[in-house]
Design a protein around this ligand. Structure first.
Ligand code: ADP
Ligand code: MG
Ligand code: MG
Length: 202
């Protein structure tokens, strides 16, 4: 199958920045229902900083691109999503090592390590109505050979499946039963990251 180089990973981050910019109002609307109405602004600020930093300092390998991007997210996003997505990208990048090119299979495995690190940092598990409910299905689909399109579909389905869930982590958990009936903002942005993978590969 196709190999993915540093250019692919830079395109992924640029496409992610464009996607969260395009969808910022929707992410904020979702966060206004069960959070504090800043998820669109948080994601937009974080990924715009990532894209600008990668433009200035391109980074030579897939792993370096993701570690660098993760650090930028952590330093620019104050909300819960900054450290969580920052950890996802840093840990995934670390797992890719210093290879100049990686396969989609290697990316799926590395993302699995990244998702595990997010679960450890946030203490959440599948079904808690968080970004993990889109990240998990997306990474699993990629690992099963579903391709980027299959992963994006699985992540979007995972995000939609958060609607009837009761939030057990993050701000939405303060609402208890009133969190039911709303799609989780972080699961929604996680699905956008998989859509951005499809765009980067096109
Ligand atoms: P904040 O809640 O600090 O305002 P954001 O609005 O940017 O941060 O992000 C909220 C999203 O972060 C939630 O929708 C959820 O998906 C995710 N999230 C919050 N807490 C956790 C956690 N402990 N584990 C995993 N994801 C979490
Ligand atoms: Mg918020
Ligand atoms: Mg906030």
């Amino acid at each position: 199958s196709a190999v993915l180089d540093a250019g692919f990973f830079r395109r992924w981050m640029t496409a992610a920045a464009a996607a969260v910019d395009r969808e910022a109002d929707r992410l904020t609307d979702l966060d206004s229902a069960i959070g504090d109405a800043d998820h669109g602004a948080n994601m937009r600020r974080g990924f715009a900083a990532v894209a600008a930093a990668l433009e200035a300092e391109p980074q030579p390998t897939p792993g370096a691109v993701l570690v660098f991007a993760g650090r930028r997210l952590i330093s620019t996003v104050g909300g819960a999503s900054g450290p969580l997505y920052g950890t996802l990208l840093r840990r995934t990048g670390k797992a890719l090592g210093d290879a100049a090119e990686v396969t989609p299979e290697a990316l799926a495995e590395a993302l699995g390590a990244g998702v595990a690190a997010v679960a450890q940092l946030g203490g959440a598990t599948a079904g808690d109505k968080t970004m993990l409910d889109a990240l998990g299905p997306g990474v699993d689909a990629l690992g099963r050979g579903g391709g980027f399109a299959g992963a994006a579909r699985a992540a979007a389905e995972g995000a939609a499946a958060t609607v009837p869930m009761l939030a057990r982590k993050g701000r939405a958990s303060y609402l208890g039963e009133r969190s039911i009936g709303h799609q989780d903002p972080g699961a929604t942005s996680a699905a956008l990251l998989f859509e951005a993978l499809v765009e980067a590969a096109a």
